[in-house]
Structures are given as structure tokens and as C-alpha cells.
Design a protein. Structure first.
Length: 114
């Protein structure tokens, strides 16, 4: 075996060991990185809290995808995915109504916000 082959084998083995050690958290992180589609054709208001009484902080453009970190009850909204009082936390202090997000469920799909 050449020194180059030996070095490649050692590096591959070390990388595999690192992945095995990280396996549990890497798998958990991958599950947390799921993106959900915002309803086609809609731009959606992002609010400071879980309800229409909170100020708008930005607007998601048509075709946006979002990560949902946690969900919480709030103002009931009617949107393309039905009527819901669930609000999705998509960033620190940023919420959108679940009625505009295609989660595939009428209920909670992520943990409740603390």
C-alpha cells in the first residue's frame, strides 16, 4: 500500500468514526431541518407573536418555504389549509398562521413553544 493510499484509508476511517460519534445528534438535527411550503400564490405576514394583534415584522414572498421550530395556540385564522388557531414559530420572535403552511396535518407537527 502506498503512503497516499494509507493516508486516504486513515482519513476515511477517522471521518467514519466522527460520524458514528455524531450519529445521534446529526440525525436529530436532520429531522429539525424540514422545510414546509407556504400556500402557493400567497405572501404571508410574519408577526412578532402568535396572533393578528401582534405587529407585522416582515412578509414572506410567494413560494416561500419555512422551518417550524415550535407551535403555539393564538388567534384563529382561516387560510388555504383551513381554519386554525395554531401559529408556527419560524424564527426568534416570528410567527405565521398554520392555516397558510402545508404541514400535512390539522394538528401540531412540532413541539409546543415554551
Amino acid at each position: 500500500m502506498t503512503s497516499r493510499s494509507r493516508r486516504s484509508t486513515l482519513l476515511a476511517g477517522a471521518a467514519g468514526a466522527v460520524l458514528m460519534v455524531m450519529g445521534t445528534s446529526a440525525t436529530a438535527d436532520a429531522a429539525a431541518l424540514r422545510y414546509y411550503d407556504v400556500a402557493p400564490g400567497y405572501s404571508v405576514n410574519v408577526r412578532r407573536g402568535p396572533g393578528t394583534n401582534y405587529p407585522i415584522v416582515r412578509v414572506l414572498p410567494v413560494g416561500a418555504k419555512v422551518q417550524i421550530y415550535c407551535q403555539t395556540p393564538g388567534t384563529t385564522e382561516t387560510g388555504p389549509y383551513g381554519r386554525s388557531n395554531i401559529w408556527d414559530n419560524i424564527d426568534s420572535g416570528e410567527y405565521i398562521s398554520d392555516a397558510y403552511v402545508n404541514t400535512g396535518s390539522d394538528g401540531y407537527v412540532r413541539p409546543r413553544c415554551a
